[in-house]
Design a protein around this ligand. Structure first.
Ligand SMILES: Cc1cc2nc3c(=O)[nH]c(=O)nc-3n(C[C@H](O)[C@H](O)[C@H](O)COP(=O)(O)O)c2cc1C
Length: 285
């Protein structure tokens, strides 16, 4: 009897797909639907015109609130918009992300120091942590909530896409969401039922570049990045006219992932952000 090669275990196949390479990782791991879902996640930028039921949304928000939180402080808030006019306004401000308008729900994940200031007031104490540590803790809390929400949405068959561009329109967003001082959005998140073909799972840097065993080690980093660039160019070639900072650098055939990232990082983004935060209740000492 001829035997065909055994299909790789689903987890190992998903891990190889994530890295775009045969890694050997996960070959001995038993199938696990939760791990498979995490490995297979991707952003979703097209949505059907179909509402998300209230009770499902509330359950996803409970999942978001199940994320770990620094010192139990819960220093974040989530603004939920279903109002089409508000969502369309955000889409119009941003301009080049049309799927925002199609999303039946738009969420703003916000770092929040205001609530804990009010707790101090309530108990007759000063708030002694108007500093960078609080800025970071609240941003991390909000980001973890966003990540938990996204994975939960994915598990429910929904799709999401984070939107950092809300931070390019802070004055308008603050007004539209009624944000008080001490609350700012780390990112928006579109939520809806996926439409059309499933997007590809974006290839990640090799584990050896991102994960350091015992000590940080960058000795093989640039060689590994070059190999990653080549792998990505084969699997997900970049469009010459869809690169970062086109106005400054123009189109380029054969641009690699690392060059594209350098194009982005070479020009300052949101350089007025710290000044905005200082003006709106954040002590960045
Ligand atoms: C904090 C954050 C902000 C993001 N902002 C945007 C955005 O403004 N617009 C967008 O299209 N994608 C945005 N993304 C999605 C990333 O582009 C996406 O996660 C990345 O390209 C990798 O793709 P994947 O999530 O499908 O693996 C954001 C992601 C994060 C984590």
């Amino acid at each position: 009897m001829s035997s065909s090669p055994a299909a790789p275990p689903p987890l190992a196949a998903l891990i190889d797909a994530r890295y775009g390479a045969a890694t050997g990782i996960g070959a001995g791991i038993a199938d696990n639907p939760m791990l498979a879902r995490i490995l297979d996640r991707r952003v979703q930028r097209r949505y059907r015109a179909e509402p998300v039921p209230d009770d499902l949304l509330d359950a996803l928000l409970a999942c978001a609130q199940s994320a770990p939180t620094k010192s139990d402080l819960q220093g974040y808030s989530i603004i939920v918009w279903r109002d089409k006019a508000k969502i369309a306004q955000v889409a119009d401000w941003i301009g080049n992300m049309p799927w925002i308008k199609d999303a039946p729900v738009f969420l703003l994940f916000c770092a929040d120091v205001r609530r804990n200031r009010l707790l101090c007031e309530r108990h007759g104490m000063p708030h002694g942590n108007d500093n960078m540590d609080t800025f970071l803790n609240t941003a991390v809390d909000a980001a973890l909530a966003l990540a938990h929400f996204s994975l939960a949405a994915d598990a429910a068959g929904l799709g999401t896409c984070p939107i950092s561009y809300v931070r390019n329109h802070l004055a308008g967003i603050r007004e539209l969401a009624g944000l008080p001082d001490g609350v700012y959005p780390i990112a928006g998140l579109t939520l809806g039922w996926p439409e059309g073909r499933r997007p590809y799972a974006s290839m990640r840097l090799p584990q050896g570049v991102v994960v350091h065993r015992e000590r940080y080690d960058e000795s093989g980093m640039m060689a590994a990045v070059a190999a990653y660039d080549a792998g990505r160019a084969r699997r997900e070639p970049l469009r010459a006219d869809g690169l970062k900072n086109m106005k400054t650098y123009g189109p380029k055939e054969g641009c690699t992932w690392s060059e594209n990232m350098a194009r982005q990082e070479s020009l300052p983004e949101r350089a007025d952000f710290a000044a905005w935060l200082r003006a709106h209740g954040w002590g960045l000492k």
